[in-house]
Design a protein around this ligand. Structure first.
Ligand SMILES: Nc1ncnc2c1ncn2[C@@H]1O[C@H](COP(=O)(O)OP(=O)(O)O)[C@@H](O)[C@H]1O
Ligand SMILES: [Mg+2]
Length: 243
């Protein structure tokens, strides 16, 4: 049996103290195997972002266990955690989170600056990742010179360029119009078809329809975890970013 990309056991997260205490996650257990495409759904306040922040090692749970590629995240020191986050996880956020006044290319190169990759290889891999998201003709543009959909595609390229074990996206189409949403979802479909592991957080049924598996959160607990046939069948294959 292969090691799951991620496994969480009995995660809980409590914010605040006393009367102000909020139990944002209450005993969440979840395993995601390599190549899966999971949509985590739930109403506003159900704990989606809290779960994403923990899965992305941006926050720590109040209790419970979290393994990434078999490594116990809770046992790591801050510095080791930063390395793991950089190597294993690619993030895509609702608000793109690109660095202003830096070209698309420079934004995509950035995660590799911490990874000991040489300048020429950084450039080549960033260009390949931008090509994968259809932005070869926009590599010198800065974020404010790009549409929202294009900015999010740059963010996807940035997330991919380190060849992470897991692509983690929190409402990646939340700020996009219908056409741009379609572009980003198509890219995720192709990445999934090429074997990427994707966890996407969304409250939209149309977005979740692209995933292979849907998990529903209510009040910090998983109430549903089901497999589904993704929409439109398997999309065309996409070349991998060189590892
Ligand atoms: N930093 C925080 N401090 C206190 N409460 C928080 C914090 N972040 C989230 N919460 C609360 O935790 C619950 C889950 O929030 P969140 O994970 O953001 O849900 P979702 O992303 O599904 O909207 C909500 O009740 C929210 O108000
Ligand atoms: Mg949220």
């Amino acid at each position: 049996m292969t090691t799951p990309v991620l496994s969480v056991q009995e995660l809980s997260k409590v914010y605040g103290e006393g009367d102000a205490q909020v139990r944002a996650l209450r005993g969440v257990s979840l395993t995601v195997e390599r190549g899966d495409y999971v949509a985590i759904m739930g109403a506003s306040g159900s704990g989606k972002s809290t779960l994403m922040n923990i899965l992305g090692c941006l926050d720590v749970p109040s209790s419970g266990r979290y393994l990434i590629d078999g490594a116990d995240v809770g046992a790591l020191e801050e510095r080791q955690l930063a390395v793991l986050r950089n190597r294993k996880i690619g993030f895509v956020f609702q608000s793109f989170n690109l660095i202003p006044r830096m070209s698309a290319l420079a934004n995509v190169e950035l995660p590799m600056a911490y990874g000991g990759v040489g300048a020429a290889e950084r450039r080549a891999r960033a260009l390949a990742a931008l090509e994968q998201v259809g932005l070869s003709d926009r590599v010198r543009h800065e974020p404010n010179e790009l549409s929202g959909g294009q900015q999010q595609r740059v963010a996807v390229a940035r997330a991919l360029v380190t060849a992470p074990s897991l692509l983690l996206a929190d409402e990646p189409t939340g700020n996009l119009d219908t056409a741009s949403t379609g572009d980003v979802l198509e890219i995720l479909d192709r990445l999934s078809a090429s074997g990427r592991t994707i966890v996407i957080i969304t409250h939209e049924d149309d977005v979740a329809a692209h995933a292979k598996r849907v998990i529903r959160l209510v009040d910090g607990q998983i109430v549903e975890d089901r497999r589904q046939a993704p929409v439109d069948g398997p999309p065309p294959r996409m070349p991998e970013v060189p590892a």
